[in-house]
Write a protein that binds this ligand. Structure first.
Ligand code: TXA
Ligand code: MG
Length: 354
């Protein structure tokens, strides 16, 4: 179910506070904390992507997230915490692995699915009995959570189905005045959302790949499974069943080694050109020079630096929306390290799932 927007009150002035993560303006954090305590919405930075936050214990405030984002209500939100002690507000049984994982990866891009306390509103958890929890590795996010005095429920700060926001301008163009306050701390570092790990099953299961890899988790936990997309996992992590990250144009992914990929992309270009289509290409720094004849070529980063490519993905998808191309042809990347999460998002962006 998607909540209707008609009872949404919006002021007509957008409030954006530019905040330097190395010298945090305490007054700005106080203002943002105040907005959250009063049941308002704040867009705030994390190390992965920007979040659209509300007090996790305020049902009306959380309902506004779903309205503003046009997010189906069965797709649960992550509760962001600033201290390990905050876990107790959200979950009853804390399995020992949580402490191992937290010691190694928190604050950081790892979300843990645990059983929820009855006091956690079901609107946060998509009516399920589990709750997603993460401690973000960003000084502004941590300061804000502490000031607000409550866990912050926050999805990525983008309209449902759109690429996540890695820069405040992305969130602004999606939400405008419907959000009470924006905290702008510049572009986010990682650029892809956190790894989601379900600890309510044995062995633990990765529901969404991210910067914390299966290999890193296995080092600590032993066996960890990652089954990729299947209808059953869509039920366990409802976000997986919806279309995601979608650019307006059709996105075509091209596989193969570098030489083969270049050849295939040139063939695709020739075919679509004949149909009179406006063509965009997502290229690497090493290969961009080969794609003569494309209407727009955007360099996403170096094939030698997948972290750079990952951090640019959502921005690049949004740039193509602005260019108004009909077809985007994209190179693909090795699935090592962050490459796994990168390819997961690229595939979802290319899928026809609605
Ligand atoms: O990096 C991130 O995780 C960012 C920043 C803002 O923290 N947040 C983010 O939130 O990506 P969102 O709502 O866009 O994605 C959360 C994912 C969704 O796929 C959702 O279905 C899943 O986590 N999720 C949340 N709660 C869950 C639960 N109780 N059980 C299973 N999956 C859950
Ligand atoms: Mg999201």
């Amino acid at each position: 179910m998607i909540l209707k927007k008609n009872n949404l009150k919006a002021s007509n002035r957008v409030k954006i506070l530019k905040i330097d993560p190395t010298h945090i303006n305490r007054g700005f954090i106080r203002q943002a904390g105040c907005v959250l305590r009063r049941g308002g919405l704040v867009v705030f930075p994390t190390e992965t992507v920007y979040g659209l936050g509300a007090d996790a214990f305020n049902k009306q405030a959380v309902a506004k997230i779903f309205l503003v984002k046009q997010r189906p209500t069965d797709n649960p939100l992550i509760a962001h915490i600033a201290r390990l002690n905050d876990l107790k507000k959200l979950t009853r049984n804390i399995p020992p692995q949580v402490f191992l994982l937290a010691k190694r990866f928190w604050p950081g891009p790892l979300t843990l699915i645990l059983s929820k306390k009855p006091t956690v509103p079901k609107i946060v958890t998509g009516q399920t009995d589990t709750v997603a929890i993460r401690m973000p590795d960003h000084p502004v996010a941590l300061a804000l959570i502490k000031k607000a005095g409550c866990p912050i429920a926050a999805p990525s700060a983008n309209l449902s189905g759109r690429p996540s926001a890695t820069d405040i301008t992305h969130a602004l163009s999606d939400f405008g005045c419907a959000v009470d306050l924006y905290l702008d701390a510049g572009p986010t570092k990682i650029g892809l959302e956190s790894t989601v790990l379900d600890l309510t099953v044995n062995p633990p299961e990765i529901l969404r790949p991210g910067a914390i890899t299966k290999k890193a988790l296995q080092k600590l936990l032993g066996r960890v499974v990652e089954r990729g997309y299947r209808p059953e996992s869509a039920v366990r992590s409802p976000g997986m069943k919806y279309r995601h990250y979608a650019p307006n144009a059709q996105l075509i992914l091209v596989a193969g080694n570098k030489q083969i990929m270049i050849k295939k992309i040139l063939l695709f270009m020739a075919r679509y050109k004949k149909d009179g289509k406006k063509i965009g290409v997502i290229a690497s720094r090493e290969t961009a020079k080969y794609y003569h004849g494309a209407d727009h070529i955007i360099v996403i980063g170096s094939r030698q630096n997948l972290k750079e490519v990952a951090s640019n993905l959502f921005r690049v998808l949004r740039q193509f929306n602005a260019q108004g191309v009909d077809i985007i042809i994209a190179e693909t990347f090795p699935e090592d390290g962050i490459g796994k999460a990168l390819m997961n998002r690229l595939r979802k962006a290319a899928s026809k799932l609605k």
